[in-house]
Design a protein around this ligand. Structure first.
Ligand code: SF4
Length: 220
C-alpha cells in the first residue's frame, strides 16, 4: 500500500506554460504530488469542452473511473448525465473534473472501498484544478458534494445549507487570487453518488435536477 509521507504537492508537475487542456492532461500521469498515484491504476484527468461554459467539479475518481481513466463513467456518472439531461443542459458545454485526480481507496479482501480524500490530498492536487480553470474560464462552476465544495469555497462551507444558491466567482473561492478570471457564478449541489446512497432516491434525484435547473438559468 501507499506510503503516507507528507505530500509534496502537484505544483512542480503542472506545466506552467500549458496552452491547452490536452497539454495538462498529457503531463498528469507523471504527477507524484502525493502518494495516491502509488495504488491507483492511473490518473483520471478532467474531460469535456475546451471552451466549456459550465464546469462540474466532483470529489475523486471512483473504482470504474480509475480502471477506465475517465471521470464520471461509473454509476454516479451515469446518474449525473441523466440529471444534466433532465435539467435541460446541453452536455456539449460541460467540462467534468475532480478535486483529486487519483482514486483513494482501502483494500478489503479483493474489494477496493472508496475513501474520502484527506485535506492533504486536496491541497496537493489543487494546482491541477487551478490550471484547468485558468484555461477554461467558465461562466459557471458547480461543485458536486462536500469535498469539492469545501475545496473550492473553504472548509466552513456546508452544501446542505447553501446548495442551489448562486455565489460570485472567484470572490467566493477560498483563494480567489488563484482564479484570475472574469467575475462569474458558482454553486454547490450534492454529488450524484449521494443520490445513489439516499434512502429516498427519487427525492434526492429531483433535488439534484432542481439545482442543475437553477444553474442552467445563467447559461441561457
Ligand atoms: S492525487 Fe493529484 S497530487 Fe496526488 S499524485 Fe494524483 S494527480 Fe498528483
Amino acid at each position: 500500500m501507499a506510503t503516507t509521507q507528507a505530500p509534496i504537492g502537484a505544483q512542480e508537475f503542472v506545466p506552467g506554460d500549458a496552452k491547452t487542456l490536452d497539454e495538462l492532461k498529457a503531463a498528469a500521469p507523471g504527477c507524484r504530488g502525493c502518494e495516491l498515484h502509488q495504488d491507483a491504476t492511473q490518473v483520471v484527468f478532467g474531460r469535456g469542452a475546451e471552451h466549456a461554459r459550465l464546469v462540474l467539479v466532483g470529489e475523486q475518481p471512483g473504482d470504474v473511473e480509475d480502471q477506465r481513466g475517465l471521470p464520471f463513467v461509473g454509476p454516479a456518472g451515469r446518474l449525473l448525465r441523466d440529471a444534466v439531461g433532465d435539467a435541460g443542459i446541453d452536455p456539449s458545454i460541460i467540462y467534468l473534473t475532480n478535486t483529486v485526480k487519483h482514486f483513494r481507496f482501502e483494500l478489503r479482501g479483493t474489494r477496493r472501498i472508496h475513501q474520502t480524500p484527506g485535506p492533504a490530498h486536496i491541497t496537493a492536487c489543487r494546482p491541477w484544478l487551478v490550471a484547468e480553470f485558468s484555461l477554461l474560464k467558465p461562466e459557471l462552476v458547480v461543485a458536486l458534494g462536500a469535498t469539492a465544495a469545501k475545496a473550492l469555497f473553504g472548509p466552513s462551507f456546508r452544501v446542505t445549507r447553501s446548495r442551489g444558491e448562486f455565489l460570485p466567482w472567484p470572490a467566493s473561492a477560498q483563494h480567489p487570487e488563484e482564479f484570475p478570471m472574469a467575475e462569474t457564478r458558482a454553486m454547490a449541489t450534492i454529488h450524484p453518488s449521494a443520490v445513489l446512497r439516499a434512502d429516498d432516491r427519487d427525492a434526492a434525484y429531483r433535488g439534484l435536477v432542481d439545482d442543475l435547473k437553477t444553474a442552467a438559468t445563467v447559461l441561457r
